[in-house]
Write a protein that binds this ligand. Structure first.
Ligand code: NAD
Length: 483
């Protein structure tokens, strides 16, 4: 694809196996230039109802559940293969709409294919148990799909997060309606072209584009849905949970984070620097599990501040299409938000070591890689998710103090420790209130490893075999054998 083709293409909603024309549209910008690159159809309440009706009809026919599960596995392998055939287009469009480096957009689209491959392998292994009750009974469990799984996706990794929820939901036999993010909907549409091409039962997989407050709100409040899987901000997640609780609709919530890495005195500092490079600055810091706080032992504090900021200064910031290390943030609104948090941090007494403002010489929404030192753990910059390329460095003296700081926010998504001592590494995870712990490498793990949050970072787990539990519910069958 090229820019002209992106501009001229009709970007539509996908319902019941058809691409729906629309009368309302949303403009999509390239954050590297601030220019509009496409218009995407916005689904109205009518289209939301149509999608729910199509998904319900699919559930009723049993098209996904009455077949042998291996048939779903084959379908998912076909989807993976069609996604792989579209990696070049998906990466180009993903890079254009999000500004992220082309290489990262490519890796993300390939990851979407991996989710379908991985969960294809699980489709025929979703087994129940037999429960011994003596001679008089036969008792067993069935792990059934919910029915209609509604999945709301954020803008930071739209195609891979879409696949992360969609693939296990399909493997388990659910019909799915995805709501794509308004800022970056295009790569997800390419993903759905792959799904269409692979051939899925009508209504099994549907895509709605549109604003959160209209399309998203209409979808999650629809009376005929069976489950909500939401990935996004705490604020939106809480409002969805409140509304869902009135109808007892179960939710999986993948929300924000404010993750800390504890750097013990014996840490390998090269590992620390490389972890900040990816953990803090990958995707311009717009990652829920970003390394946003570094909690460093006093004995190595000055050298860590120096090494980390020296690395940050070397990062090439620019348009993702032309080989930058770090692209822009997603929108002007996001850029302003990040700049104002940095301004308030300076006023509060944090020491700005590098960065702290937008790149003045570029048209798009570029933020400098930013490092603050001497941050107090209670400052706003150390408590609230920034979702930008900003690191807060905090000093500690005693180990207990480090764990208190790491655990001392309302979030609980990820924590990390840097140490060369096995004892320290093994004793740390039970003391950290987080869904996962990285040791000596930020973002270690993969699609095979369970992921999710504690506290305000959410509940339920995605990724790995465990994600299947988020997409099935158990039915117990107790049979009296009395004659
Ligand atoms: P957001 O909450 O603004 O939007 C997320 C999605 O919800 C979008 O598709 C949006 O259109 C939709 N939405 C907004 N209001 C809605 C409503 N009232 N009803 C239904 N849908 C609605 O979040 P965002 O800014 O797109 O994403 C950034 C946030 O996502 C960050 O907080 C980040 O930490 C979090 N996130 C979490 C994970 C995770 O796995 N834990 C992964 C990525 C992002």
């Amino acid at each position: 694809m090229n820019l002209l083709e992106v501009r001229n293409k009709s970007w539509m909603n996908f319902v019941s196996g058809e691409w729906l024309p629309s009368t309302e549209f949303i403009d999509v910008e390239n954050p590297a230039t601030g220019q509009v690159i496409a218009s995407v159809a916005a689904a109205s309440e009518v289209e939301v109802s149509r999608a729910v009706a199509a998904a319900r009809a699919c559930v009723a026919t049993g098209a996904l559940t009455r077949c042998r599960p291996a048939v779903r596995a084959e379908m998912m392998m076909r989807i993976a293969s069609e996604i792989r055939d579209r990696v070049a287009d998906g990466a180009y469009v993903g890079c254009l709409e999000s500004g992220k480096p082309l290489k990262a957009a490519r890796a993300e689209f390939e990851e979407a294919a991996r989710y379908f491959e991985y969960y294809a392998g699980m489709a025929d292994k979703i087994e129940g148990t037999a429960i011994p009750l003596g001679d008089a009974y036969l008792d067993y469990t069935i792990r059934e799909p919910y029915g209609i799984s509604v999945q709301v996706v954020p803008w930071n990794f739209a195609p891979s997060i879409c696949a992360r929820s969609l693939a296990p939901a399909l493997a388990a036999g659910n019909a799915v309606i995805v709501k794509s993010p308004e800022l970056t909907p295009l790569a997800t549409i390419i993903l759905f072209e792959a799904i269409e091409r692979a051939g899925v039962p009508k209504g099994a997989v549907n895509l709605l584009c549109g604003l959160g407050k209209t399309t998203g709100a209409a979808l999650v409040s629809h009376p005929d849905i069976d489950q909500i899987v939401f990935t996004g901000s705490v604020q939106t997640g809480v409002s969805i949970m409140k509304a869902a609780s009135e109808r007892s609709v179960p939710c999986v919530m993948e929300l924000g984070g404010k993750s800390a890495g504890i750097v013990f005195a014996d840490a390998n500092l090269d590992q620390v620097v490389e972890s900040v490079r990816s953990g803090t600055f990958y995707n311009a810091g717009q990652v829920c599990s970003a390394l946003s706080r570094l909690v460093v032992h006093a004995s190595i504090y000055d050298v860590v501040v120096e090494k980390v900021s020296a690395m940050a200064r070397t990062l090439k910031v620019g348009d993702g299409l032309v080989g930058a290390d770090m692209g822009p943030v997603v929108s002007e609104h996001q850029l302003r938000k990040i700049e104002s948090v940095c301004d308030r941090a300076k006023t509060a007494g944090a020491r700005l070591v590098t960065g702290g403002q937008r790149l003045q010489d570029k048209a798009g929404w570029f933020m400098q890689p930013t490092v603050f030192a001497d941050v107090d753990p209670n400052m706003e910059i150390a408590q609230e998710e920034i979702f930008g390329p900003v690191l807060s460095i905090i000093k500690f003296n005693k180990d207990d103090e480090a764990f208190d700081i790491a655990n001392g926010t309302r979030f609980g998504l990820v924590s990390g420790v840097f140490t060369q001592r096995l004892n320290t590494a093994l004793k740390a995870p039970p003391r950290l209130n987080a869904g996962q712990v990285f040791v000596n490498e930020w973002f270690a793990g993969g699609i095979e490893t369970p992921f999710g949050g504690n506290r305000m970072s959410g509940h339920g787990r995605e990724k790995g075999q465990e994600a299947i539990d988020s997409y099935v519910r158990t039915k117990n069958v107790a049979i009296s054998l009395a004659v």
